[in-house]
Design a protein around this ligand. Structure first.
Ligand code: ADP
Ligand code: MG
Length: 252
């Protein structure tokens, strides 16, 4: 089961993964009110659909000032957003995430999933954040770091540290090695505790003011384990699912 970015960020926050301040908006007025509440110079208006590549499709707008927030919220809410993951018909945008604009120094990539060949959970990380990771995997596979987790002991802190050094975070800001390693541990905890099939942060950013923040978040739950997580069922958005799949699931 896929969920929206703002919901994924709520789940990640429970595990102390740092995220930007922000909230979901269902109308343009909501979006303006949230932006006013954030009281920050730059806000970002982000289309909430169950597909990635929103930025390139015009679904993510950095907005300076309330007039820009209103204009961008009007443009994105209700639009038929086409990305490389939606198919040519696109997906109608019914919700927005309005969040504070972050001072991005470096964009990294990080995800947690199951490597079926290895029969292990794997953490993937790359310095090529913010890009299409499938393209990185195809053209420069050496830029994707992998850490396999021994199921008997779980992800060890030394592995999280090695990943942080592997991304050369020490060369950018040595103070961020610890918080980055803590984020990797927290992403792994989220994956295991919530029975996820995917946790993907693209980009995970290092900011000018010395923080490590999950700027985007994509999270899918393993359907076979949903019975253990009744509260996560509230995140379901049937509008984003294939109508035939919805009907099939209702017929059990
Ligand atoms: P998608 O992956 O669907 O395109 P992202 O959430 O990754 O959407 O946003 C696309 C890009 O927009 C990011 O790589 C980042 O450069 C920028 N961006 C997103 N959120 C923020 C934010 N809160 N502050 C500053 N820039 C942002
Ligand atoms: Mg992204």
């Amino acid at each position: 089961m896929k969920i929206h970015e703002y919901q994924a960020k709520q789940v990640l926050a429970k595990y102390e993964v740092p995220i930007p301040r922000g909230s979901v908006a269902f109308s343009v007025d909501d979006a303006v009110r949230i932006a006013e509440g954030l009281a920050t110079e730059v806000c970002v208006v982000k289309a909430q659909i169950h597909a990635g590549g929103r930025g390139k499709g015009g679904g993510v707008k950095v907005s300076k000032g309330i007039d820009a927030i209103r204009k961008n919220a009007e443009a994105i809410l209700g639009m038929q957003l086409v990305t490389h993951q939606t198919g040519p018909q696109g997906q109608k945008v019914k919700q927005l995430l309005v969040e504070e604009g972050m001072d991005i120094q470096t964009e990294l990539y990080c995800s947690v999933l199951v490597d079926r060949g290895q029969q292990r959970i794997v953490l993937l990380a790359s310095t090529e954040g913010g890009m299409d990771i499938e393209e990185v995997a195809e053209k420069t596979p050496e830029k994707i770091l992998k850490v396999f987790v021994d199921p008997a002991v779980g992800l060890r802190p030394y592995q999280a540290n090695e990943l942080a050094f592997g991304l050369k975070i020490n060369e950018i800001n040595p103070k961020l090695i610890r918080p980055a390693a803590a984020v990797f541990m927290a992403l792994y905890q989220t994956f295991v505790q919530e029975d996820c099939s995917l946790v993907e942060i693209n980009p995970l950013v290092l900011t000018g003011d010395g923080r490590v923040i999950a700027l985007d978040a994509k999270l899918s739950f393993d359907d076979n384990a949903m019975f253990r997580h009744k509260d996560n069922l509230a995140f379901r958005d049937k509008d984003e699912e294939d109508p035939l799949e919805v009907e099939a699931s209702e017929a059990d």
